[in-house]
Design a protein around this ligand. Structure first.
Ligand SMILES: Cc1cc2nc3c(=O)[nH]c(=O)nc-3n(C[C@H](O)[C@H](O)[C@H](O)COP(=O)(O)OP(=O)(O)OC[C@H]3O[C@@H](n4cnc5c(N)ncnc54)[C@H](O)[C@@H]3O)c2cc1C
Length: 408
């Protein structure tokens, strides 16, 4: 039996595993159901590819929350700085943005992916597109695994010393990662936590008037609070509710609250740079014949969607009481009634449990089969933490598959 590894899933995690293995002289075949590779990576580059973050490592690893310990072991071997160096090796220079986030100078993902695929092809890696793994996996004679793919030419059976599953999460299914593997691995006895939306939006029961008027409007320079979470930034009002970077940052907490209590109350400060007393003093100025809307704009600068939110959620009596009005400008409760569907989320929480894999990311139930990337049970906010951990876990799985194949 020749030393070959089958990698299923050609996203950042699978391609990184492929690179590590081929660098050690292994024969590597990458299979993907889509007609081209790295579609989610390309999509991530549409609004500026946030590759990683420049904050100190000790702070960086905290972003993985309850899975810090597990993810940190991957990152120790492939740090955010290593990732920047790796990108440089592909001719992609990076820079640190004002928020500390790291982007390629060209912002897009396509130059990086193009250069990477060129290098991987030159290294002799074989790519098999339109090959959809259908969940079939069995142990072959003399170890190794047998996997089956649906291809345009019918079912194809492949034998490999080791298999790496890098199938992604369950969001944006049209880009290839549809989460179908959850059921297959579950049936194989692998412990898988249900996939849940992460970095996602939420539903709000807006009135028809508010929805029609403010759909797509950004709320800039606001602070959002929920429990211990307080962060300034911006988000967007949508027809269905709210989405955008500030909402995504709080989304894991909000999602868990909704799943436990049916709803979550987000607190919004629409004037975070002004103390309550300032607002009271300004709002107390005589209104004269001015409408309340123009009084709000003239005295405290609140207009458009911000003023609209006050009309949406507070009573006439609260408007008539200056202290109450000022209080709600700084502490407006917005009830979130549901999490937006997984398919719309930036990423997935849940996935293959860390209890189901060893330190090399090999499945206990399926020796010789490894997992990498977003399909493992961790989550992180946006800020480059997702891609960094996907790349780093791909390395771990690749090195694990190498050890396994060499030992076999
Ligand atoms: C809009 C958007 C913007 C984002 N922006 C950023 C960002 O700026 N920074 C950041 O860090 N992260 C970002 N992310 C998240 C990041 O893109 C993902 O976390 C990352 O791509 C996951 O990598 P992966 O290799 O684990 O899986 P994926 O990239 O999802 O790749 C999985 C691959 O497996 C293939 N596959 C799945 N099932 C099968 C099957 N049965 N048979 C064969 N092939 C299969 C898929 O076709 C796919 O090619 C963004 C995501 C989205 C949706």
């Amino acid at each position: 039996m020749n030393h070959s590894v089958a990698i299923i899933g050609g996203g950042p995690a699978g391609l990184m595993a492929a690179e590590v293995l081929s660098g050690h002289g292994m024969q590597v075949d990458v299979y993907d159901s889509m007609p081209s590779l790295g579609r989610k990576l390309l999509m991530a580059g549409k609004s500026g590819l946030n590759l990683t973050h420049s904050e100190p490592f000790e702070k960086f690893v905290l972003r993985y929350g309850s899975k810090k310990q597990e993810v940190e072991t991957w990152l120790n071997d492939f740090t955010p700085d290593d990732l920047r160096e790796w990108a440089r090796g592909l001719g992609v220079e990076t820079f640190v943005g004002t928020s500390g986030r790291v982007f390629p100078k060209e912002m897009k993902a396509s130059p990086l992916l193009r250069a990477w695929l060129k290098r991987l092809t030159a290294a002799g890696i074989n790519f098999h597109l339109r090959h959809r793994w259908n969940g079939a996996i069995a142990t072959g004679e003399g170890g190794g695994s047998i996997v089956k793919f649906e291809t345009p030419d019918g079912i194809k059976t492949v034998h490999a010393n080791a298999v790496i599953l890098a199938l992604g999460g369950g969001s944006w299914a049209r880009l290839g990662s549809d989460g179908a593997w959850v059921e297959w691995l579950d049936q194989a006895g692998v412990k898988v936590e249900a996939l849940k939306p992460s970095n996602c939006g939420f539903d709000v029961a807006w009135s028809l008037h508010f929805r029609e008027k403010f759909d797509g409007q950004p709320l800039k320079s606001v602070t959002v609070s929920f429990g211990d979470f307080h962060q300034q930034g911006e988000f967007i009002v949508t027809r269905e509710g709210v989405e955008g970077s500030l909402i995504y940052a709080a989304s894991a907490l909000l999602r868990d609250e909704i799943s436990q209590n049916g709803r979550a109350i987000l607190e919004l400060d629409m004037s975070p740079d002004r103390p309550l007393e300032w607002l009271i003093e300004r709002l107390s100025k005589p209104r004269g014949s001015r409408s309340m809307s123009s009084h709000l704009e003239k005295t405290v600068g609140l207009k458009g969607v911000k003023a609209g939110l006050l009309y949406e959620f507070i009573s006439k009596d609260d408007f008539a009481n200056t202290e109450r009005l000022a209080f709600f400008i700084k502490h407006l409760p917005i009830p979130l009634i549901a999490t937006r569907p997984l398919d719309e989320a930036i990423s997935s929480a849940g996935g293959v449990s860390f209890k189901a894999v060893d330190e090399n990311l090999m499945l206990h139930k399926l020796p010789g089969v490894f997992c990498a990337g977003e399909m493992l049970d961790w989550e992180a906010p946006t800020g480059g933490y997702l891609l960094t951990a996907c790349f780093a876990s791909g390395r771990v799985a690749g090195l694990g598959a190498l050890k396994w194949s060499n030992a076999g």
